[in-house]
Design a protein around this ligand. Structure first.
Ligand code: SF4
Length: 277
Protein backbone atom coordinates (compact mmCIF):
# COMPACT_ATOMS: atom_id res chain seq x y z
CA UNK A 1 0.00 0.00 0.00
CA UNK A 2 1.22 3.53 -0.62
CA UNK A 3 -0.02 6.98 0.32
CA UNK A 4 -2.08 6.09 3.39
CA UNK A 5 -5.77 5.22 3.27
CA UNK A 6 -6.86 2.86 0.52
CA UNK A 7 -9.85 4.25 -1.35
CA UNK A 8 -11.76 1.12 -2.17
CA UNK A 9 -14.51 2.96 -4.07
CA UNK A 10 -12.05 4.93 -6.19
CA UNK A 11 -11.31 2.37 -8.80
CA UNK A 12 -13.84 -0.24 -9.77
CA UNK A 13 -12.75 -2.30 -12.73
CA UNK A 14 -15.27 -2.36 -15.55
CA UNK A 15 -17.69 0.11 -13.97
CA UNK A 16 -18.46 2.96 -16.39
CA UNK A 17 -17.63 6.38 -15.00
CA UNK A 18 -14.89 5.13 -12.72
CA UNK A 19 -11.29 5.87 -13.58
CA UNK A 20 -9.79 2.81 -15.20
CA UNK A 21 -6.32 4.12 -15.93
CA UNK A 22 -4.45 7.40 -15.47
CA UNK A 23 -1.60 8.65 -17.60
CA UNK A 24 1.27 10.76 -16.36
CA UNK A 25 0.08 13.61 -18.60
CA UNK A 26 -3.28 13.55 -16.84
CA UNK A 27 -1.62 13.63 -13.42
CA UNK A 28 0.53 16.55 -14.51
CA UNK A 29 -2.49 18.35 -15.99
CA UNK A 30 -4.33 18.04 -12.69
CA UNK A 31 -1.30 19.14 -10.70
CA UNK A 32 -0.81 22.25 -12.82
CA UNK A 33 -4.51 23.24 -12.97
CA UNK A 34 -7.41 21.07 -11.76
CA UNK A 35 -9.92 23.01 -13.89
CA UNK A 36 -7.82 22.50 -17.02
CA UNK A 37 -7.67 18.79 -16.17
CA UNK A 38 -11.46 18.68 -15.98
CA UNK A 39 -11.87 20.32 -19.38
CA UNK A 40 -9.06 18.46 -21.12
CA UNK A 41 -9.30 15.00 -19.57
CA UNK A 42 -12.87 14.62 -18.30
CA UNK A 43 -16.12 15.00 -20.18
CA UNK A 44 -16.57 16.13 -23.73
CA UNK A 45 -15.25 19.67 -23.74
CA UNK A 46 -13.97 20.92 -27.08
CA UNK A 47 -11.02 23.32 -26.90
CA UNK A 48 -11.85 26.85 -28.08
CA UNK A 49 -8.48 26.96 -29.85
CA UNK A 50 -5.32 24.94 -30.28
CA UNK A 51 -2.01 26.36 -29.21
CA UNK A 52 0.57 26.43 -32.02
CA UNK A 53 3.22 25.52 -29.41
CA UNK A 54 1.49 22.18 -28.91
CA UNK A 55 1.56 21.52 -32.67
CA UNK A 56 5.24 22.49 -32.76
CA UNK A 57 6.05 20.13 -29.88
CA UNK A 58 4.17 17.29 -31.53
CA UNK A 59 6.15 17.90 -34.71
CA UNK A 60 9.49 17.65 -32.85
CA UNK A 61 8.40 14.43 -31.14
CA UNK A 62 7.37 12.91 -34.50
CA UNK A 63 10.73 13.88 -36.01
CA UNK A 64 12.82 12.48 -33.12
CA UNK A 65 10.85 9.22 -33.22
CA UNK A 66 11.30 9.09 -36.98
CA UNK A 67 15.05 9.59 -36.51
CA UNK A 68 15.27 6.63 -34.11
CA UNK A 69 13.15 4.43 -36.39
CA UNK A 70 15.60 5.18 -39.17
CA UNK A 71 18.70 4.78 -36.96
CA UNK A 72 17.72 1.25 -36.01
CA UNK A 73 16.28 0.21 -39.38
CA UNK A 74 17.89 -2.32 -41.72
CA UNK A 75 19.85 -0.83 -44.61
CA UNK A 76 17.09 -1.87 -47.02
CA UNK A 77 14.44 -0.12 -44.91
CA UNK A 78 16.35 3.14 -44.37
CA UNK A 79 15.45 4.43 -47.84
CA UNK A 80 11.77 4.29 -46.99
CA UNK A 81 12.09 6.92 -44.29
CA UNK A 82 11.29 10.52 -44.93
CA UNK A 83 13.26 13.63 -44.14
CA UNK A 84 13.02 14.52 -40.39
CA UNK A 85 11.53 17.90 -41.32
CA UNK A 86 8.76 16.10 -43.24
CA UNK A 87 8.10 14.08 -40.09
CA UNK A 88 8.07 17.35 -38.12
CA UNK A 89 5.47 18.81 -40.52
CA UNK A 90 3.37 15.69 -40.28
CA UNK A 91 3.26 16.05 -36.49
CA UNK A 92 2.57 19.77 -36.71
CA UNK A 93 -0.30 19.19 -39.13
CA UNK A 94 -1.89 16.76 -36.70
CA UNK A 95 -3.66 19.83 -35.29
CA UNK A 96 -6.15 21.73 -37.46
CA UNK A 97 -3.79 24.33 -38.91
CA UNK A 98 -6.49 26.97 -39.52
CA UNK A 99 -7.48 26.96 -35.85
CA UNK A 100 -3.99 27.28 -34.38
CA UNK A 101 -3.39 30.15 -32.00
CA UNK A 102 -0.05 31.91 -32.36
CA UNK A 103 1.32 34.19 -29.66
CA UNK A 104 3.14 37.41 -30.61
CA UNK A 105 6.45 36.55 -32.30
CA UNK A 106 5.29 33.06 -33.26
CA UNK A 107 4.48 31.86 -36.76
CA UNK A 108 4.70 28.66 -38.75
CA UNK A 109 7.97 29.92 -40.30
CA UNK A 110 9.49 30.79 -36.91
CA UNK A 111 8.64 27.31 -35.64
CA UNK A 112 10.06 25.65 -38.79
CA UNK A 113 13.39 27.46 -38.35
CA UNK A 114 13.53 26.52 -34.67
CA UNK A 115 12.58 22.91 -35.43
CA UNK A 116 15.43 22.71 -37.98
CA UNK A 117 17.94 24.04 -35.42
CA UNK A 118 16.66 21.69 -32.72
CA UNK A 119 16.78 18.61 -34.93
CA UNK A 120 20.32 19.52 -36.12
CA UNK A 121 21.47 19.89 -32.51
CA UNK A 122 19.84 16.59 -31.63
CA UNK A 123 21.51 14.77 -34.55
CA UNK A 124 24.95 16.11 -33.50
CA UNK A 125 24.49 15.06 -29.86
CA UNK A 126 25.38 11.72 -28.19
CA UNK A 127 21.63 11.10 -27.86
CA UNK A 128 21.48 10.49 -31.60
CA UNK A 129 23.86 7.49 -31.57
CA UNK A 130 22.84 5.07 -28.80
CA UNK A 131 24.99 1.93 -28.77
CA UNK A 132 22.38 -0.25 -27.08
CA UNK A 133 19.90 -2.56 -28.77
CA UNK A 134 16.46 -1.35 -29.73
CA UNK A 135 13.39 -2.72 -27.98
CA UNK A 136 10.84 -0.12 -29.06
CA UNK A 137 10.38 3.41 -30.37
CA UNK A 138 7.33 4.82 -28.64
CA UNK A 139 6.10 2.36 -26.03
CA UNK A 140 2.92 2.70 -23.98
CA UNK A 141 2.17 0.35 -21.12
CA UNK A 142 0.38 0.38 -17.83
CA UNK A 143 0.62 -1.26 -14.46
CA UNK A 144 -0.94 -1.10 -11.03
CA UNK A 145 1.33 0.67 -8.58
CA UNK A 146 -0.88 0.86 -5.48
CA UNK A 147 -3.85 -1.20 -4.29
CA UNK A 148 -7.07 0.78 -4.42
CA UNK A 149 -5.84 3.19 -7.08
CA UNK A 150 -6.04 3.09 -10.87
CA UNK A 151 -3.14 1.71 -12.89
CA UNK A 152 -0.69 4.26 -14.24
CA UNK A 153 -0.26 4.46 -17.99
CA UNK A 154 3.38 5.17 -18.81
CA UNK A 155 4.98 6.19 -22.08
CA UNK A 156 8.63 5.95 -23.12
CA UNK A 157 9.78 7.50 -26.38
CA UNK A 158 12.60 4.99 -26.68
CA UNK A 159 13.26 1.64 -24.97
CA UNK A 160 16.69 0.04 -25.28
CA UNK A 161 18.59 -2.86 -23.81
CA UNK A 162 22.31 -2.90 -22.96
CA UNK A 163 24.80 -5.79 -22.82
CA UNK A 164 23.70 -6.82 -19.34
CA UNK A 165 20.11 -6.92 -20.66
CA UNK A 166 19.02 -3.98 -18.53
CA UNK A 167 16.06 -2.13 -20.01
CA UNK A 168 16.70 1.55 -20.59
CA UNK A 169 13.69 3.87 -20.79
CA UNK A 170 14.20 7.26 -22.42
CA UNK A 171 11.62 10.03 -22.24
CA UNK A 172 11.82 13.18 -24.39
CA UNK A 173 11.06 16.56 -22.86
CA UNK A 174 11.11 19.91 -24.64
CA UNK A 175 12.13 22.74 -22.34
CA UNK A 176 12.42 26.51 -22.42
CA UNK A 177 15.75 26.36 -20.55
CA UNK A 178 18.34 23.62 -19.96
CA UNK A 179 17.40 21.61 -16.91
CA UNK A 180 19.35 22.16 -13.71
CA UNK A 181 19.84 19.55 -10.98
CA UNK A 182 16.84 21.12 -9.21
CA UNK A 183 14.67 20.74 -12.35
CA UNK A 184 15.62 17.09 -12.59
CA UNK A 185 14.84 16.55 -8.91
CA UNK A 186 11.42 18.19 -9.35
CA UNK A 187 10.52 16.13 -12.42
CA UNK A 188 12.03 12.73 -11.73
CA UNK A 189 8.82 11.17 -10.30
CA UNK A 190 7.54 10.51 -13.81
CA UNK A 191 10.52 8.31 -14.63
CA UNK A 192 10.55 6.64 -11.21
CA UNK A 193 6.93 5.58 -11.61
CA UNK A 194 7.49 4.51 -15.20
CA UNK A 195 10.47 2.43 -14.00
CA UNK A 196 8.44 0.92 -11.18
CA UNK A 197 5.64 -0.01 -13.60
CA UNK A 198 8.22 -1.68 -15.84
CA UNK A 199 9.89 -3.44 -12.89
CA UNK A 200 6.56 -4.87 -11.74
CA UNK A 201 5.74 -6.07 -15.25
CA UNK A 202 9.14 -7.71 -15.72
CA UNK A 203 8.95 -9.21 -12.23
CA UNK A 204 11.88 -7.48 -10.66
CA UNK A 205 14.56 -6.35 -13.12
CA UNK A 206 15.83 -2.85 -12.29
CA UNK A 207 15.46 -0.47 -15.25
CA UNK A 208 17.71 2.43 -16.20
CA UNK A 209 15.92 5.74 -16.65
CA UNK A 210 16.87 8.84 -18.57
CA UNK A 211 15.40 12.07 -19.86
CA UNK A 212 16.36 13.48 -23.22
CA UNK A 213 15.93 17.25 -22.99
CA UNK A 214 16.00 19.55 -26.04
CA UNK A 215 15.58 23.26 -25.45
CA UNK A 216 13.19 25.19 -27.67
CA UNK A 217 15.53 27.79 -29.11
CA UNK A 218 17.56 28.80 -32.16
CA UNK A 219 20.66 27.71 -30.19
CA UNK A 220 19.31 24.52 -28.68
CA UNK A 221 20.93 22.59 -25.86
CA UNK A 222 20.57 18.79 -25.78
CA UNK A 223 20.90 16.94 -22.48
CA UNK A 224 20.78 13.26 -21.51
CA UNK A 225 20.03 13.07 -17.79
CA UNK A 226 19.91 9.86 -15.77
CA UNK A 227 17.51 9.29 -12.91
CA UNK A 228 18.80 6.77 -10.36
CA UNK A 229 16.21 4.10 -9.60
CA UNK A 230 16.16 3.34 -5.89
CA UNK A 231 13.52 1.96 -3.59
CA UNK A 232 13.29 5.01 -1.31
CA UNK A 233 12.73 7.46 -4.18
CA UNK A 234 10.18 5.11 -5.77
CA UNK A 235 8.20 4.79 -2.59
CA UNK A 236 8.09 8.60 -2.20
CA UNK A 237 6.95 8.96 -5.84
CA UNK A 238 4.21 6.38 -5.24
CA UNK A 239 2.99 8.34 -2.24
CA UNK A 240 2.80 11.47 -4.43
CA UNK A 241 0.93 9.48 -7.08
CA UNK A 242 -1.59 8.27 -4.48
CA UNK A 243 -2.13 11.81 -3.17
CA UNK A 244 -2.86 13.15 -6.66
CA UNK A 245 -5.24 10.23 -7.31
CA UNK A 246 -7.12 11.05 -4.11
CA UNK A 247 -7.42 14.71 -5.10
CA UNK A 248 -8.71 13.73 -8.56
CA UNK A 249 -11.26 11.35 -7.08
CA UNK A 250 -12.54 14.13 -4.80
CA UNK A 251 -13.37 16.12 -7.98
CA UNK A 252 -12.54 19.47 -6.41
CA UNK A 253 -11.89 21.37 -9.59
CA UNK A 254 -10.61 24.93 -9.39
CA UNK A 255 -8.56 27.18 -11.66
CA UNK A 256 -4.90 27.65 -10.94
CA UNK A 257 -3.95 30.54 -13.21
CA UNK A 258 -0.28 30.72 -14.21
CA UNK A 259 0.30 33.18 -17.08
CA UNK A 260 2.60 30.89 -19.11
CA UNK A 261 0.05 28.05 -18.97
CA UNK A 262 -3.10 30.14 -19.40
CA UNK A 263 -1.58 31.69 -22.53
CA UNK A 264 -1.59 28.31 -24.28
CA UNK A 265 -4.69 26.89 -22.60
CA UNK A 266 -7.51 26.01 -24.99
CA UNK A 267 -10.26 26.72 -22.44
CA UNK A 268 -9.59 30.30 -21.33
CA UNK A 269 -13.09 31.62 -22.25
CA UNK A 270 -14.82 28.72 -20.49
CA UNK A 271 -12.51 29.24 -17.52
CA UNK A 272 -13.32 32.98 -17.41
CA UNK A 273 -17.05 32.17 -17.33
CA UNK A 274 -16.44 29.68 -14.51
CA UNK A 275 -14.71 32.47 -12.59
CA UNK A 276 -17.66 34.81 -13.23
CA UNK A 277 -15.77 37.10 -15.63
S1 SF4 B 1 -7.06 29.44 -18.42
FE1 SF4 B 1 -5.48 28.98 -16.86
S2 SF4 B 1 -6.61 28.78 -14.93
FE2 SF4 B 1 -8.12 28.60 -16.59
S3 SF4 B 1 -8.32 26.42 -17.02
FE3 SF4 B 1 -6.76 27.21 -18.40
S4 SF4 B 1 -4.81 26.89 -17.33
FE4 SF4 B 1 -6.43 26.72 -15.80
Amino acid sequence: MCGGTVMSSFYVEGVPGKIKVLSWNELEAFRSCPLYFRYECRGTYQPERFSAVRAFEKGIRFAVNEYYERYFADEAEKAEFQDPMDAYRLGFDYYPTKELHYRPGESQQVFEAMAGAMLDAFRESPAASPDEELIAVGYRFHGKLCDGFPPLQSYADLVLSNKSCTSIFQVLRLADQPWTAADLEARKDELLLLGETARLRSKGAKPKLRFLIITKSQQPVVQLLDVPFDAKAVSRAKAVFAEICKAISAERYFPNPVPAKCEICGYSRRCARWRGR
